[in-house]
Design a protein around this ligand. Structure first.
Ligand SMILES: [Zn+2]
Ligand SMILES: [Zn+2]
Length: 499
């Protein structure tokens, strides 16, 4: 058969493309021949015998082409869209690294300048005082001067240098996770590009089109997960309760904030007992740290460090705490000029809520801007908690008083409002690494999963029947695949195993 340029779709597909599409990713020497409906996965005969041996519906790919649409229309465009988004994400992640390093360098320079300033002021004072003195008196003044200079330097070493080291470690750790994410983006970008090219070359070959479209969908799903747009709906498998009260607690627990570390340990802010508690992977309290005021919320900074929003009528601060071998070790802190009731972190940017506003800070406590405010006739809280999407381009806030969940762009621009009779008095809020939005409702008691756009409800994960009673905080632990819920005046936390 001879085909002209106009019949490009009828050209035979090159062997390299066929081999690439047909190859099983698990068993390199095997060819994909079947499809498991339960896992929506292409399988070779070895896959069918092992991974999919229990799966009830496995069919030949050749049979499938009769029932499944095998056209590649739309796929090419979808690939292009996702490719563009991944590229944008990579650019913003590279910018995060630059900005982190800049923040640290600036902070270090300011601190060193301040110390030099202190030294100069002191030496100038000594100069003025020593005019007209001589002999033994001069010797005494010199010694006195040396002692004071040393004490200024020691203070710098003990406090400022320690804080700078702490920040440096944070910057290195965060840069590490950004770099890791950039690598994932690069790898997915390569896969997407490869398929984008291949899709143009398959022509009308039905079976190859079907294989390509199934493989593409998997890669697009991986890309969407990286983009925080996975849309995967959680299914609750089982739930348990765990007591987090300790003997020295004088009140019922009131868990207003929580955060799960990558190793499975969980930190909870027990507001009414003025304590931050560290829970083991089995949710037993293994350590606690007493706060000078009420801890309101917690967010993760690095795999072993968190920031706590601390607040009372007089104290508004962000306190850093490190988890070191099962112990909580307080680090630096910085003061705020406003209430500090909620906190979230994304690659060196800290987002803090203040009852009626949302602010953005750097890691060293420098105020960047106010992103949102909701003032009005009410004295009630209009901005409770905040959360940030995995890519940092969307911010979510709950407004208890207005019964709303708001979605904002990176710069504070309003993107969406979610209201629902099933979500009144929303409070605790959390976004998973794949971008799944979890929110606690006050009446009726509920934990919902919303879509990443903040426009629709995907699932009701828990209700009063599951033991909810004023849920106030929620978080997701990837390693234990669990959603953890903290409540008002309740010594128990609720743990939902999800799939
Ligand atoms: Zn296989
Ligand atoms: Zn299967």
């Amino acid at each position: 058969m001879t085909c002209g340029r106009e019949d490009i779709k009828k050209w035979p597909v090159s062997k390299a493309v066929v081999d690439f599409l047909r190859k099983c990713e698990v068993h390199e020497d095997e060819t994909l021949t079947q499809f498991c409906h339960y896992h929506s996965q292409l399988c070779c005969s070895a896959c069918v015998g092992t991974i999919h041996s229990q799966c009830s519906k496995v069919t030949q790919i050749s049979e499938l082409t009769n029932t499944q649409p095998s056209g590649l229309e739309g796929l090419s465009m979808e690939l292009e869209t996702v490719l563009g988004e991944i590229k944008t994400l990579q650019i913003s992640q590279e910018a995060s690294i630059q900005s982190l390093q800049r923040t640290y360098n600036e902070h270090r320079e300011v601190m060193i300048k301040q110390m030099c300033g202190n030294l100069n002021t002191y030496i100038d004072e000594c100069d003025n005082n020593s005019v007209g003195t001589s002999g033994g008196n001069e010797q005494y003044l010199k010694e006195e001067m040396c002692r004071s200079v040393l004490s200024i330097l020691n203070e710098f070493d003990n406090i400022t240098a320690k804080e700078l080291d702490e920040m440096k470690a944070e910057v290195i750790s965060i840069k590490g996770s950004v770099t890791c994410s950039i690598h994932k983006c690069t790898s997915v970008h390569n896969d997407l590009s490869q398929f984008h090219e291949i899709v143009q070359k398959i022509g009308d070959h039905k079976e190859l089109c079907l294989i390509a479209s199934i493989k593409c969908k998997h890669i697009i799903q991986q890309a969407l997960t990286l983009l925080g747009k996975s849309g995967k709906v959680f299914k609750v498998q089982s739930n348990t309760v765990h007591n987090v009260r300790i003997p020295s607690d004088s009140n019922s627990c009131h868990i207003t904030g929580m955060c799960a570390l990558p190793d499975g340990q969980v930190l909870v802010a027990d507001r009414d007992n003025k304590r931050v508690k560290l829970l083991s992977q089995q949710y037993k309290v293994v350590s606690h740290w007493d706060v000078n005021a009420e801890p309101q919320d917690i967010c993760q900074i690095t795999p072993s460090e968190v920031a706590v929003a601390v607040n009372t009528s007089k104290i508004h601060e962000v306190q850093f705490i490190t988890v070191n071998q099962g112990k909580l070790v307080p680090g630096r802190k910085f003061q705020l000029q406003h209430e500090c009731t909620g906190i979230a972190h994304h690659y060196g940017d800290l987002f803090v809520t203040s009852d009626k506003e949302l602010y953005k800070y750097t890691l060293n406590g420098k105020l960047i801007c106010r992103l949102y405010e909701q003032h009005g006739s009410t004295d009630f809280t209009t901005v409770n908690k905040c959360a940030v999407s995995p890519t940092g381009d969307r911010l979510y806030i709950t407004s208890n008083w207005h019964n709303k969940l708001l979605t904002l762009a990176r710069d504070g621009t309003h993107l969406a409002t979610y209201t629902d009779p099933a979500l009144r008095g929303p409070w605790g809020l959390h976004v998973t690494p794949a971008g799944q939005v979890l929110v606690c409702g006050g009446w009726p008691y509920t934990v919902l999963q919303l879509g990443w756009e903040g426009k629709s409800k995907l699932a009701t994960l828990a209700t009063q029947k599951d033991g909810l009673r004023w849920p106030r905080s929620v978080c997701y632990s990837s390693i234990t695949s669990s959603i953890i819920v903290g409540q008002l005046e309740d010594d128990n936390i609720l743990v939902f195993r999800v799939e």
